[in-house]
Write a protein that binds this ligand. Structure first.
Ligand SMILES: [Zn+2]
Length: 84
């Protein structure tokens, strides 16, 4: 079950939010990892906004929309999936 970067559309396994670290090696709480993913996308660990090339425009648009509507990462799952 993937969530997607709002900036480039890159998928991230949702459960990976339970296993993220900051630049000092401190383990992030799930909710902090979610907040950072919402803001920084792929750059959540080093707190820089993702500037990767767009890989999936529709996943990016869908994910930006749901992430603006909800602070619950569980609710972001599959919003980047255009196959359903
Ligand atoms: Zn990204």
């Amino acid at each position: 079950m993937d969530i997607n970067c709002r900036h480039c559309g890159e998928p991230l396994e949702h459960d990976a939010l339970h296993d993220q670290y900051d630049i000092n090696g401190e383990k992030l709480t799930y909710s902090e990892a979610g907040r950072r993913f919402k803001r920084f996308g792929c750059g959540l660990e080093d707190q820089t906004v993702c500037d990767n090339p767009m890989i999936d425009l529709f996943a990016s648009i869908g994910s930006a929309t749901i992430q603006d509507l909800s602070d619950e990462p569980e609710e972001w799952i599959n919003y980047g999936n255009t196959a359903y």
